[in-house]
Design a protein around this ligand. Structure first.
Ligand code: THG
Length: 294
């Protein structure tokens, strides 16, 4: 079972963005109920950088959502004042702070909030010099993050490490580095949890094809016991995979990763799609928007 954090309540959304700005609860509560019904485990409340009035917005958003559902919340903002407002407003379950990074200022403000509000936090592997370039840099940053959290009195088990997924159409090497890092994390910090934003990988791909990339990448990460994922909570097939309900597809993907390639001619439609997508995500085939039809 992979914990699913639904990403859909975000200020970039064409419908919910305006609803947040107008403090129009209806569309947001409808979305929260729909995501809960689909089986999401957490709801990510993403208000972005929210420089102006972020604290009021996050306070309102948490209360609005908690009027209708009981799921734990992931509070997604880079504004520490808005983050604290959300932590204060939350009256149900343990909050997930999304996120604390290795940037000195975010670390300084973020770590004490974990303690003060008895929260979990996503440890985003983003440092002074930006994004890590490969799996080893991710490993070094994960060790550094966990060390600093422990020094501040935080248990490793409260940290969900996020290696930062980036779009396949921008750089396949980062997709591979994320996987390689996940294969290392269990040894680096067995008590740490992990989380990956699956939709980041398919960003820029045609909308109707994004689910193939998201689902295949999830199955690949499951080989290394990924703990949780940030997901499109309306992709029911993805939620089924995360819930352990597609063992035959997961096995196919893991076999391909192990070099046990099936004969493509023997595969059904869905299996063939996962076969092609896994090979693209492994870097064996160059990504293009038409990867499924060639
Ligand atoms: N790690 C962590 N937090 C994150 C991310 C991550 N938060 C933000 C992001 N990545 C995860 N959230 C989203 C939200 C929406 C989309 C992708 C990731 C998305 N939205 C559609 C689009 O842009 O085309 C629009 C959908 C809509 O209109 O609602 O793709 O990696 N810790």
């Amino acid at each position: 079972m992979v914990i699913c954090v639904a990403e859909n309540i975000n200020i970039m959304s064409k419908t919910l963005g305006p609803a947040m700005k107008e403090r129009n609860a209806g569309p947001i509560q409808d979305m929260a109920l729909a995501l809960t019904k689909n089986g999401a485990d957490y709801l990510d409340l993403n208000i972005g950088p929210a420089r102006k009035g972020g604290d009021e917005l996050m306070d309102w958003l948490v209360k609005t959502v908690q009027e209708v559902i009981d799921l734990p919340l992931s509070l997604d903002t880079t504004n520490p004042v808005a983050m604290e407002a959300g932590l204060k407003a939350n009256i149900k379950g343990k909050s997930l702070i999304n996120s604390v990074s290795l940037q000195p200022e975010r670390l300084e403000k973020g770590l004490p909030m974990i303690i003060r509000y008895n929260a979990d936090a996503i440890g985003l592997l983003w440092g002074k010099d930006g994004m890590p370039r490969d799996a080893d840099e991710r490993a070094a940053m994960a060790v550094d993050f966990i060390y600093q959290a422990n020094e501040a009195g935080i248990s490793t088990s409260n940290i969900w490490i996020d290696p930062i997924a980036t779009p396949i159409c921008v750089d396949i090497n980062q997709v591979l580095a994320g996987l390689e890092f996940m294969s290392m994390l269990g040894e680096i910090a067995p008590e740490a949890k992990s989380i990956v934003g699956l939709s980041n990988v398919s960003n820029g791909a045609p909308d109707n094809l994004r689910p193939y990339l998201n689902r295949a990448y999830l199955m690949m990460l499951m080989k290394y016991d990924i703990y949780s994922a940030i997901v499109d909570g309306f992709d029911k097939e993805l939620l089924a995979i995360a819930g352990g309900k597609r063992p035959e597809h997961v096995k196919l993907v893991h076999d391909i990763m192990d070099g046990n390639e099936p004969d493509p001619a023997s595969l059904g439609q869905t299996e063939l799609e996962y076969y092609k997508t896994t090979r693209v995500l492994m870097g064996k085939v160059l990504y293009s928007h038409s990867w499924l039809s060639t």
